[in-house]
Design a protein around this ligand. Structure first.
Ligand code: ADP
Ligand code: MG
Length: 240
């Protein structure tokens, strides 16, 4: 599980995450919603140690992420992350792109890496695009390739940071469907999203971020369906 305990994060004088605590249990899907600049992406970066923190603690399966002795490369192998956009290597095929990390990071043999990559690409519906180059994929297919690439490392956790925000509206659904499938399979996920209806459908809990803090958290029927705080309600109105 992921245990975030009173985390503080600042960039110079700018306090961005101001005492956030959140535990994400195995198999749980937690969505983070909130306005631009509220610290959502920064918190995700802290979870896999891409950003140092100034206070508090984050533990992943009991390993303290920001402890000096922690092997971040090893930790990151179990945390897949998908951003708004992933720039695949243009000179490599889709299959080769997905094989790369299992080969280089996990040291898998070519056949083994290929087997995993084919399986994950097929899983996200790209089984017919293996030999294609990334620039021949639609934006939605590229994001599904990014998901397959993360899954090829056999992560225990998946973090999604606005994975559909850069997509044309008609391409959003296929990526959300892929994320929904992972959730249904029991993947532990933390996702930052503006797709409120999706968050409502797929999440066990929803956290509304405001000004570096979790302003309201609870099951989607509460936070989205019947927000207790006026700021949450205002935010939901603003995105609908
Ligand atoms: P969100 O994802 O909720 O839109 P972010 O976590 O990206 O918000 O950013 C929160 C605040 O931190 C913003 O004011 C942003 O400008 C600032 N910020 C984010 N990353 C950096 C950085 N690397 N250096 C300085 N400030 C940053
Ligand atoms: Mg962000």
């Amino acid at each position: 599980m992921i245990e975030i305990d009173n985390v503080h994060k600042s960039f110079g004088a700018l306090d961005v995450v101001k005492g956030v605590s959140l535990t994400v249990n195995k198999g749980e899907v937690v969505s983070i919603i909130g306005g631009s600049g509220s610290g959502k992406s920064t918190l995700l970066m802290c979870i896999n140690g891409l950003e140092p923190i100034q206070g508090g603690q984050i533990r992943v399966d009991g390993t303290e992420v920001h402890a000096p002795r922690t092997d971040l490369n090893k930790l990151r192998q179990k945390i897949g992350i998908v951003f708004q956009q992933w720039n695949a290597f243009p000179h490599l095929t889709v299959l080769e792109n997905v094989m790369l990390a299992p080969r280089k990071v996990l040291g898998k043999r070519r056949e083994e890496a290929e087997e995993v990559a084919v399986r994950q690409l097929t899983h996200v519906g790209l089984g017919d695009k293996l030999k294609v180059f990334p620039n021949k994929l639609s934006g939605g297919q590229q994001q599904r390739m990014a998901i397959a690439r993360a899954l090829a490392m056999s992560p225990d956790y998946m973090l999604f940071d606005e994975a559909t925000s850069a997509l044309d509206p008609q391409l959003v659904g296929e990526v959300l469907d892929t994320m929904r499938m992972l959730a249904a399979e029991g993947m532990t996920m933390v996702l930052v999203t503006h797709e409120i209806r999706f968050a409502r459908d797929v999440s066990d809990r929803v956290a509304f971020f405001r000004n570096g803090r979790i302003h309201e958290i609870g099951p989607p029927e509460q936070v989205i369906g019947a927000p207790q705080l006026p700021e949450t309600a205002d935010f939901l109105k603003s995105v609908n």
